[in-house]
Design a protein around this ligand. Structure first.
Ligand code: SDX
Length: 428
């Protein structure tokens, strides 16, 4: 393989070094392109541009492969648990039993948040979307832990900041829900495991692990694992670029939550259920909505379909689809929306518009059906996505900091007015 590519421009030739990853991905390193040639590249949405070298997650969009630190999500989602996967993503290796127990113990001793968080929460009207509340509450952690503002503190102090965030996000997420319901908040019960404690704070459910429905706990844990990281997606890139200015981990993740909220990203799981409900309420006419999605004059898109990287199936969607079927069956729930989703998928996958564009169900297409079966309200679905994605955001921020990456500051091509003199208002 050539060690460099040649760029010929305006009678000059430039050597562009080639970078090869451990999965044989090839990239042109244009770090010195402008200083050599005065040229920059343009790539709206960064569809062809790598922002970093990362050792956290590998995905292959053509083959539907997704691995965290080399372990497949098929293996992890069936054999591991969310806390173990969180440790793997953040620290790079699967923990021993002793290390995992100490990790879990450390987390369970930081689940409480400062009582003043309730005063912040009280400032939000009940109609406030839980994602907006969550992003604000995560940012407010900088006020209660001012040392977290300095990302250059010791590795031990940075780790303390990381542990606090993993421990407190379920509490803040559940409290965002309680604000929506105008119900009193539930305090963490540290006798419960990570997902059990979250269910307890959301629904005042079990006080002991034996009372947690194993079907619900396993389904929730699997969903969190499947959402844990996804390399340089919109929200992870947001966390990295905010962190690259040496903003704190809390400020960076607060920004990541805001980016995830968008319906083209994590907000799609809420939009999917709203779309499926809409189809049901309008008589279940699948073809009408398929045609709307294909009509360029209609802004409607088939939510939960398509992906920037997966131009074949999203491996997470396959696992979640099976889990949705299993969970509804085990819980004895007959959700007509699942039937509509399956029919929609079937029609779309046989339609050339979707096939020719590589539009397949993504992680958000079926996840909402499980959240619904677990009793989680629709506008909390993206909060669930954020809960799952937290270890990935932390791992990405930590890697960016440890690699001492420069502040992110893209270039542009200016297409505005050329120089012009100011004209006094009396003469305009
Ligand atoms: C997530 O990046 C990640 O890794 C994200 C994520 C993660 O884990 O972090 O996987 C999570 O965000 C999943 C995606 C959730 N979003 C949705 O389900 C929203 C619906 N999907 C689309 O808006 C869209 O598919 C995107 C945003 C996901 C991807 O858009 P791209 O890569 O920018 O592609 P595009 O918009 O340029 O679409 C290419 C073509 C266009 O048609 P043409 O101009 O070629 O004629 O496909 C069409 C689009 O109009 N198209 C769709 C469509 N998605 C793309 N047409 C109808 N319905 C859709 N859903």
């Amino acid at each position: 393989m050539s060690k460099s590519a040649k760029l010929h421009f305006n009678g000059s030739e430039y050597d562009i070094p080639v970078v090869k990853g451990t999965e044989n991905e090839i990239a042109l390193d244009i770090s010195n392109l402008r200083s050599q040639s005065g040229l920059i590249t343009l790539d709206k949405g960064f569809k062809n541009t790598g922002s970093t070298k990362s050792a956290i997650t590998f995905l292959n969009g053509e083959e539907g492969v997704l691995r965290y630190r080399g372990y497949s999500i098929e293996n992890l989602s069936s054999k591991s648990n969310f806390l173990e996967v969180s440790y793997l993503l953040i620290y790079g290796e699967l923990p021993t039993t002793e290390i995992l127990d100490s990790f879990a113990k450390e987390i369970s001793s930081h689940t409480l948040v400062h009582e003043d968080v309730k005063s912040i929460l009280d400032g939000f009207p009940s109609r406030a979307h839980p994602m907006g509340v969550l992003s604000s509450l995560v940012s407010s952690l900088t006020a209660f832990y001012p040392k977290s503002l300095d990302p250059n503190r010791s590795a031990e102090e940075i780790n303390g900041t990381i542990i606090r965030l993993i421990a407190k996000l379920p509490t803040l997420a559940a409290w965002s829900y309680k604000n929506r319901m105008r119900q009193p908040v539930m305090y963490p019960n540290n006798n419960l495991n990570y997902t059990g404690n979250f269910l307890h704070m959301m629904f005042g459910l079990p006080t002991s692990e034996s009372q947690i429905d194993p079907i619900i706990a396993k389904a929730l844990d699997k969903l969190l694992i499947l959402h844990a990281d996804h390399e340089q997606n919109c929200s992870a890139s947001t966390v990295r670029i905010v962190g690259s200015s040496h903003a704190s981990l809390y400020a960076s993740v607060s920004a990541g939550i805001a980016a995830l909220w968008g319906p083209l990203h994590g907000g799609a799981n809420q939009a999917v259920i709203e779309m499926l409900e809409d189809i049901k309420d309008q008589g279940g006419d699948i073809n009408k909505f398929i045609n709307k999605a294909k009509d360029k004059k209609d802004p409607f898109r088939l939510m939960g379909f398509g992906h920037r990287v997966y131009k074949n199936f999203d491996p997470r969607a396959k696992i979640i689809k099976q889990a949705a079927d299993d969970v509804l069956g085990q819980l004895g729930i007959n959700d007509p929306v699942l039937d509509i989703a399956m029919k929609l998928e079937d029609v779309a996958l046989n339609d050339d518009y979707f096939k020719s564009r590589g539009l397949y169900p993504n992680v958000d297409f079926y996840s909402g059906i499980i959240y619904r079966a677990l009793g989680i309200p629709t506008d909390m679905f993206t909060v669930m996505f954020a809960l799952g994605r937290l270890p990935g955001w932390i791992a990405q921020w930590k890697e960016m900091r440890e690699n001492n990456e420069p502040i992110g500051r893209p270039r542009q091509v200016y297409v505005g007015n050329n120089h012009r003199e100011y004209i006094d208002i009396s003469k305009r």
